[in-house]
Design a protein around this ligand. Structure first.
Ligand SMILES: *Cc1c(COP(=O)(O)O)cnc(C)c1O
Length: 380
């Protein structure tokens, strides 16, 4: 595949960026693997110069030039991951956090701190994102609507429009270009966790911010918890200030693992997507299955509603792991109504299309025949 990364000065393809972005300086330094910088503080004999850098950061949130100051202000290993993800998403920059929820929290705090506490959001969202908004835990007020209702839901104090596409767990898709138009000057945040920049780059369609639970496909091996927001430099400045002040930083070792994860992201996503499309095809033809959800954009997630008891399917898998989360090299399955979206009110959940018999399958890199044999057996 040859997706040229047009919004940057470079003309390198996505697959090339995945293995080189954030590493451009290494060879000149005589290095091959990126160094892991675990320092929490950095020596500064020029304290006047350091003071000026701290002032500049306080004013704009721009990443300070020169040597790092303190781990909460920025870390060179994490910065490599941020640079690489921004290249893949086609944005000016990116800001990494300790988890996807820390990233979403920082966005809500950043907008709220500007007096823009109202959020317009489209269901379904990841269960905890729904909960964070509905419970108003960060002082935001939410209006839920469908994509066609977004323009009418905007108010003078609306600071954010939030969607997932494909959405967790129904894989419902939103026309991002049309939605971005309807948002006018209000920033559109697209949670791109499910599609990844390999299949969809929302910034190209007008999204101002692109959020990832990097815990999922970006890390890709089920061993890193992380979040990131890819965006323009102005939005990023505020997010870095929030990150500095509230402390939801990403650990440098996690930054290293994420940068390593990005290098195989395109091949992992394409291989798992091919298996997912095949499983979706077989499930659609299967009389034990009432309905299959598989998005037009593709991807490695398949959701399906069974005629029988969904708990029996969860209890029946042997190769696939019954667990929350997704996007790992191995396949995972879970029942959204009782696990990932349990925290959402049952009426709201059903209204958003999350059927009580829906199962969400994250397809990994196992052989597709082995996966089908497992599913076939579990369906009973
Ligand atoms: C998992 C997930 C999140 C939350 O991310 P964490 O890294 O678990 O905090 C947000 N959005 C989507 C779509 C997710 O799947």
């Amino acid at each position: 595949m040859d997706v040229r990364m047009g919004t940057r000065s470079t003309t390198r393809a996505l697959d090339t960026e995945a293995v080189h972005a954030g590493r451009d300086d290494l060879a000149r330094q005589g290095l091959h693997a990126p160094p892991i910088d675990l320092s929490t503080t950095y020596p500064a004999f020029d304290s006047r110069g350091e003071a000026a850098r701290i002032d500049a950061f306080a004013a704009t949130g721009a990443q300070p030039d020169g040597p790092p100051v303190y781990g909460r202000l920025g870390n060179p290993t994490v910065a490599r991951f941020e640079t690489a993800l921004a290249r893949l998403e086609g944005t000016e920059t990116a800001v990494a956090f300790a988890s996807g929820m820390a990233a979403l929290s920082a966005v809500l705090l950043a907008r709220g701190s500007m007096g823009l506490r109202h959020v317009v959001a489209v269901r379904p969202l990841y269960g905890c994102s729904d909960h964070l908004l509905t419970a108003g835990l960060l002082g935001s007020e939410v209006t839920w609507t469908d994509p066609a209702g977004v323009a009418d839901a905007l108010r003078p104090d609306t600071g954010l429009v939030l969607v997932e596409s494909p959405a967790n767990p129904t894989l419902a898709e939103v026309d991002l270009r049309a939605l971005a138009r309807d948002c006018g000057s209000v920033p559109l945040l697209v949670d791109n966790t499910f599609a990844t920049p390999v299949l969809q780059r929302p910034a190209e369609h007008g999204a101002r911010m692109v959020l990832h639970s990097a815990t999922k496909y970006l890390g890709g091996h089920g061993d890193v918890l992380a979040g990131v927001v890819a965006c323009d430099e102005e939005s990023a400045g505020r997010l870095r200030q929030i990150r500095f002040a509230t402390g939801g930083v990403l650990h440098p070792l996690a930054g290293y693992l994420l940068l390593r994860g990005l290098s195989t992201l395109p091949v992992r996503v394409r291989a798992a997507s091919a298996s997912a499309a095949e499983l979706a095809r077989r499930l659609t033809a299967d009389p034990r299955v009432a309905r299959v959800h598989y998005p037009r954009v593709g991807g490695a997630m398949v959701s399906f509603e069974v005629y029988g008891d969904p708990h029996e399917v969860i209890g029946g898998v042997r190769l696939i792991t019954p667990a929350v989360s997704l996007g790992s090299v191995d396949s995972l399955i879970q029942h959204p109504a009782s696990i990932s979206h349990r925290i959402v009110d049952a009426g709201d959940r059903r209204a958003a299309g999350v059927d009580d018999r829906l199962l969400r399958l994250s397809v990994g890199l196992e052989d597709v025949e082995d996966l089908w044999a497992d599913l076939d057996g579990a369906l009973g």
